[in-house]
Structure formats: C-alpha cells, structure tokens
Write a protein that binds this ligand. Structure first.
Ligand SMILES: Nc1nc2c(ncn2[C@@H]2O[C@H](COP(=O)(O)OP(=O)(O)OP(=O)(O)O)[C@@H](O)[C@H]2O)c(=O)[nH]1
Ligand SMILES: [Mg+2]
Length: 542
C-alpha cells in the first residue's frame, strides 16, 4: 500500500494514519459497524474513538512538579519548544503532535481555538495573553519526525500547590474511565454504572484527549506520595489501569545525585543513579515496566541544538584552567559563576543552564582527554552521557511495539464507557455483545491477555510470584520464544512446552485457584493454546 492511500491530513495539519495494527483495525471495524445502530451522541463518540485509533500512540509525560517533565519532552521531540521553569504554560497540558506545518493553538474550555505565535526562540510563549482560566489545553503541531509515531503530552506537575493545574491535568487525562476491574468482579469489559447521561460530552471529549501510555518522571527521593500519585494518575489514564504494558518511569536529574550517598556506587554518579533506579523499580515494579536513569537537561541541550560551538569554545577555555581553580569552581553553581576567571560570567551562567555542573565536568574532561575534540563530538558525548538513547529504546520496545494492543484496549474501554453513558440498556447490550464477539476471536485474545496482565501486575488479582512472572512474560512479549521464556529452542520444543503450560493453566483454573485467579488462568491457558496452534500451523507449512 502506498503512503498516500493510508495517510491523510486533518484540517489542523495533524496526520491521521490508518490503525497501527490488526487489533486496532478490528476495533475500528466494530465502531463503524455499530455506528448506525446507536444513538447519534454515542455515534459521535465513536467517531472520536475512530480518529484516535488512527492517530499515533499518545504518551503522557507525568510526574511531580519541577521534576523536569518539560525538559525531557523537549529532548524527546528534539527541539526546545515546551516552556520550562517559569511561565503560566507550565501549568497547562500541552499536546505535541505531528503536523505538516509548525503551529500552536490554544483550545478553550468552550471548544473555541486560537492560533498562537511562537516565541522568538521558537518555543511556546511562556505567557499566552489570554485568560488562563478559560483555557482547556494547548495543541502544538510540529514537523519534528519524532512525533510521527508518538504524540507527547506534557502535563503540569502533580503535587503542585496549584489545585487548578492539577485539575486541568486530571480533566484532560482521565479518559472514559473503566470501572474498577477488581478481583472477584467480572473481568470482561464491564463497568459500574455510576455515570449519568449528562456526562457523555465529557466522556467523548476525554475519549479523545486521554493518554494511552505514561512516562513517569521521578527524581532521587522516591516518596510514598510519588508512588501514590503514579497509581492515581495511571488509573485515570487511558481509561485503564496503567501497568508494565503502558507505563515506564525515569529517574531524572541523575546528574544531581550525590554518588557518595549511594552504597556500591564507588563515587560514580551514573552508577549511583543506576543503583537508585533499580531500587525504585523494585518498589514500583507492578506499575511500570522499568525505571531508567536519565539527565533530561543534558539530553535537551544536546538534542535541541542548544549546545553551540561557542559553548564548546567556553568549555575549552575552562579545560585550560589549572586543576585547583576548576575544582573550586565546580563545587557549586554559585562558585562556578562568581569565581574570578577569563570566561565571562554570562557565558558561564549559560553553560550552567544548559549542562549544569555535572555536564560541564564531563565536557571539560572530554576536552582534556582530546584537546582537538569538535563541538559536534562534544555534543554527541553529552548525548551519550544523558542516557536518552536508552529511554528512547525503551519507549520503542515498550510502547511502539505494543501500540496496537494498547490503543485497541483503550479504544474498547472508551467504546464501553460511551455505551454506558448513553443510559440506554439496549444500546449497552448491543455494544457489549459486539465486544464479546470480537474478544472471542483468536486474533483478539491478546486484548484479554493484556487485561489479565494488568490485573495481575497491579495486584488487583494476587498470584504467587512465579505465576505473576509467567503472566507478565506471556503478556508483554511479542515474540513467541520470549513469551515462552525459551529463546533458542526449536519450534517443536516450543510447541511441546506451550501445550504443557496450556494444560497446567487449565487445571490451575479448575482446581486450586480463587475465582479471580481462575478467570486470569483461563486467559493464560488460551494464550498458550493459541501459541501452540500457531506453532503447529507454521510447522505444517514447512
Ligand atoms: N540538573 C538538572 N536539572 C534539570 C534536569 N532536568 C530539568 N532540570 C531543571 O529543572 C527545572 C524544572 O524543569 P522543567 O522541565 O520545567 O520541569 P517540569 O517538571 O516541567 O516543571 P513543572 O511543569 O513546573 O511541574 C529547570 O530549571 C530545568 O533546567 C536535569 O536532568 N538535571
Ligand atoms: Mg513543565
């Protein structure tokens, strides 16, 4: 298929591609088929769901206030466009999506829109010049390639004292919420019926706006309320509990970690960050796929063209200083800018803003090692130091590879919520039946597996550790050998093993499991059975 056949452009210049995979396509078909059979309002909601199914995965960058979310967003997009630090925009939700021309729009709560000029430095202006209380959020359409496969949503800090910005975040990110799929309850796509019909507009709006995946930004001190915030935040995201399927975390500002305070770090900052991140991953394990250390600030400077050849020149000058002066200067930000030296204080302040002390030290070390190092090579070295590549890779494996399942599941949840919000029992039943038919198909079973995985990972259904691991493995790998935990085995061995596990889970479902465990076990049993069928079929063809 040519690009032109599957990609069209919206009036805003946003790109609407076809569904990202077979599951999304199946849900899109379901929406289209049901549309003539439901009320006009529900049908309108389905149109939004369809639009979303065709759009790139929506990843919300969330976390505590001033944790460095916007800085990281800029690094990921490769452009310094999200305002950081100050200004009213840091209190707003901003969605960065791909467009054929750069353009910013303020979206008002009443649905109105207003185009905004970019600030002189190419970023979103820190002050909007409109009454911020009337603003719903900002849409930024950018030509940056990074956005072609992922829409990035910058959010105001959680735990901010400003209740209004928290409310704005929650409002925008809480998509049509799924009912609590708790242990003991039906794990189908049912939900509690506690919604009044007047909430439909809200629901359909959120069905479009809600995020489908979360990148959670943490800093050194993982606090109990960080964990809580993550739980609360992710529960409101994508209308399904976030879990290792659709949430990862970073330990940001890794450069500010004092290595000596971390046992086993041997005074090495990055090692200290890696150890801390590992510890945090243990605590957050059921909620996020991983915690990766990163230095957002250095990543932003290296990726967004902020690091210039004059910065490199200044670093060369600093590298030429005697050791003692340099050590004193690198003791603190104050010392660095106030110490008597030939590099103008303003230039130093700028370096500090872009790299902070740790980045400056890394760069000076690099210059000392190779006095001929170019500005470009320094920039690449800084990018390496920032750890951004690992975050990008993880986003790819965790999110992009699963975008089809994540999007399809989020869309089904929205469809269910829309039907519920209609207040019409017959309509609800029709939608429910259609979803049941879809989920019964072998190719849609992955959605049930994702659901089971999320229930187990979030602790909603308790399982012994080894079984939890197994559910995670089967649910979060795309490759059959990895799903079975038997990389390197022959297809015949894999088939035998899949059948054996299918049998085991079936008997676990029937004997020895609680009712909630049993429902999960049936799903896992069928997953193994389908894997076995698939392996056998491919064996027959040879
Ligand atoms: N040293 C260091 N500073 C950082 C890093 N990332 C961000 N910062 C600084 O932290 C401050 C806050 O960064 P922002 O990106 O605005 O943080 P935010 O989470 O978007 O803040 P709010 O939107 O106001 O909640 C800025 O001064 C950044 O320069 C980092 O990796 N290292
Ligand atoms: Mg911010």
């Amino acid at each position: 298929m040519t690009q032109g056949a599957s990609v069209s452009t919206t009036e805003q210049g946003g790109r609407v591609a076809g569904p990202v995979g077979p599951l999304s396509a199946a849900v899109a078909n379901l929406c289209r088929r049901l549309q003539p059979q439901v009320s006009p309002r529900t049908a309108a909601g389905f149109t939004q769901v369809l639009r979303r199914l065709g759009a790139p995965l929506q990843v919300a960058v969330a976390g505590r206030i001033k944790s460095g979310k916007s800085t990281l967003v800029n690094a990921l997009i490769g452009r310094r466009v999200a305002p950081t630090d100050i200004g009213e925009c840091t209190r707003l939700v901003t969605r960065f999506q791909y467009g054929t021309v750069d353009r910013i729009e303020v979206v008002f709560k009443d649905g109105g829109k207003q185009v905004l000029p970019f600030a002189a430095d190419g970023s979103i202006p820190a002050e909007l010049g409109v009454d911020i209380d009337t603003v719903s959020h900002i849409e930024a359409y950018l030509t940056n390639a990074a956005l072609q496969h992922m829409t990035v949503i910058d959010t105001p800090g959680l735990g901010s004292l400003d209740a209004a910005s928290v409310a704005r975040t929650e409002h925008l990110l809480s998509a049509a919420r799924r009912g609590s799929a708790e242990a003991g309850e039906d794990t189908d796509w049912d939900e509690d019926d506690d919604r009044g019909p007047d909430e439909l507009d809200e629901t359909s709006r959120n069905a479009v706006a809600g995020a489908e995946a979360v990148l959670y930004v943490m800093t050194q001190g993982l606090r109990a309320d960080d964990e809580q915030a993550l739980a609360a935040f992710t529960a409101a995201t994508a209308s399904r509990e976030a879990g290792p399927v659709n949430a990862i975390a970073v330990l940001n500002k890794a450069d500010t970690i004092v290595a000596d305070t971390v046992e086993g770090a041997d005074g090495d900052t990055w090692r200290a960050a890696t150890l801390l991140a590992r510890k945090q991953a243990e605590v957050l394990k059921p909620r996020v796929a991983d915690v990766l250390p990163v230095i957002g600030l250095i990543a932003e400077s290296a990726e967004s063209g902020q690091f210039t050849s004059s910065d490199a020149d200044a670093l060369r000058q600093l590298a030429a200083l005697d050791d003692e002066s340099l050590e004193v200067m690198l003791l603190s930000a104050d010392m660095f800018t106030s110490w008597e030296c030939d590099v103008p204080a303003g230039v130093r302040a700028r370096l500090l803003e872009k790299l902070d002390l740790f980045g400056i030290r890394c760069a000076v070390d690099a210059v000392r090692e190779d006095p001929d190092v170019t500005a470009g090579a320094l920039r690449r070295m800084l990018l390496d130091v920032s750890g951004l590549a690992a975050v990008r890779a993880r986003l790819n494996t965790v999110f992009a590879a699963r975008a089809d399942g994540i999007k399809a599941a989020a869309a089904l949840a929205s469809v269910t919520a829309l039907a519920h919000a209609s207040g019409n029992a017959a309509e609800r039943q029709r939608v429910h039946d259609a979803i049941e038919v879809l989920l019964a198909k072998p190719e849609a079973h992955q959605l049930r597996v994702l659901e089971a995985l999320t229930l187990v990972a979030s602790g909603a259904v308790e399982m012994p550790d080894d079984l939890t691991e197994e559910v995670l493995r089967v649910g979060s790998n795309a490759d059959v050998a990895a799903q079975l935990g038997k990389s390197g085995s022959s297809p015949a061995e894999l088939a035998t093993y899949a059948l054996e596990r299918a049998g085991w889970w079936r008997s676990f479902a029937s004997f020895g499991a609680t009712p909630a465990q049993s429902r999960v076990a049936h799903v896992v049993h069928r997953a193994y059975f389908l894997i076995w069928q698939q392996l056998r079929a491919s064996g027959d063809h040879r």
